[in-house]
Design a binder for this molecule. Sequence first.
Ligand code: FPP
Length: 246
Amino acid sequence: MSLDKDKVPQHIAIIMDGNGRWAKQQGEDRIFGHHEGVNSVREIVEAAAEVGVKYLTLYAFSTENWNRPKEEVDALMELLVATISMETPQLNKNGVKLEAIGNLKSLPQGCYDELQQSIEITKNNTRLTLVLALSYSSKWEIIEAVKQLATEVKEGKTAIDAIDENSIAQHLCTKKYPDPELMIRTSGEHRISNFLLWQLAYAEFYFTDTLWPDFRKKEFFDAIKSYQSRERRFGKTSEQIKNEIK
Ligand code: FPP
């Protein structure tokens, strides 16, 4: 089966997992795996732009990842800063706009500044929006949204009865993006680990045993092909969907 360029998901979200195990298999330390993982990030961003994906959200660092050993957290932050500053010219060249979601204020100042600079430099690009989830967790995001809505209600700016799916979505960090149609997780884990819990309500999930550093263009296209072979019913029956297509 070949990839149908007319049926590519607009938004793909990825949990990049398995860097540590990949490194261990090579007899190296975990940080080596994260470095190799950057090569996969580069290739997948290019592949996504090539087939016309409009939004690519990568889970680069979760709120829970702060609990990893300090050396690993420090190395990951350094790697993020180095990667962002090194890749910005290439992102620009490829028409990629960089954005970020999460508790960005909790990032080390240098990382935060580098990120904001790259966001500013790439802000006029329109081919693909690359969203990095950094210090992100979905429960954190939902709590923030509830707090904001509660404040608006208290201040008389929002009526309780006016709270609906749309108003909640408009208070999440992802308010500017359509919900992902496809969520990919590498490394054989079958969990969503506090990632986009609200936004993935109707997404197709694709799990692969491939570890993130080995997840490259071919594997990415395989995931899109798998998505294209599925029937998305949104709670309806198969017959209803077939009649809608006719
Ligand atoms: C999961 O592997 C990976 C991470 C927590 C970090 C992902 C970071 C990168 C790929 C590098 C930087 C990214 C960007 C966007 C520049 P793991 O450590 O959980 O692996 P394991 O499950 O085998 O231990």
